[in-house]
Design a protein around this ligand. Sequence first.
Ligand code: AP5
Ligand code: ZN
Length: 217
Amino acid sequence: MRIILLGPPGAGKGTQAQFISKEYDIPQISTGDMLRAAIKEGSELGKQAKDIMNAGGLVSDDLIINLVKERIAKPDCANGCILDGFPRTIPQAQALADADVAIDHVIEISVPDDEIVKRLSGRRQHPGSGRVYHVDHNPPKVEGIDDVTGEALIQREDDQESTIRDRLATYHQQTSALVDFYQKKAAEGGDAPKYDKFDGTQAIDDVKQQILTALKG
Ligand code: AP5
Ligand code: ZN
């Protein structure tokens, strides 16, 4: 099962990816988490990505396409994977199609911009695993501490209001075109990926149940 999660910053892609990953025992591939890990390591990729990410822009298609191609070739992806935050541009989607990477399902999670700005200020993340929490909607058992490892949670550098607005603008300019791209493909039927859209303003568990039901259908 290969799944694409599509949606604006803060829609809940990472949150829902973790549920799908457990249910189907397939890895979550978050390009955002991979880039943040590269920044932490101080690698060449991290150096190139840091300023772009903090300005709410997109890292170059070539860099990202190579990163994802290498990642999905790994053995743990043999039974599929969840692409969280990739593709994000038409050239990235085209590269996936050209590489004959078959996608079963595209899941769009939709949330209005103003709701996202409010929501992201309450996000906390465990940097090692990418696990996400929310101070009100999905709090950790102990404030500021990851449930699994007991390590400290952080706020992402790009979760300041001005950067969130820039990320939203980037989404509308460069990524939202993928909605049309994949809806048109789905309409062709046959081997084309199925397309389903979910209202991401519902409670986390309701979104989860609806997505898992759609994936079984
Ligand atoms: P990335 O890390 O992918 O960020 P993003 O797309 O902006 O998405 P987020 O991770 O902010 O949100 P999410 O949808 O995963 O929501 P989450 O589940 O965490 O990318 C970061 C940057 O890397 C990009 O800006 C770009 O620069 C670069 N990059 C990445 N991929 C790239 C690519 N392919 N090409 C080029 N550049 C790339 O949830 C958010 C919060 O809301 C959490 O606190 C959560 O607990 C809470 N929450 C979730 N669902 C609900 C709900 N239903 N109700 C209430 N709260 C909820
Ligand atoms: Zn995410």
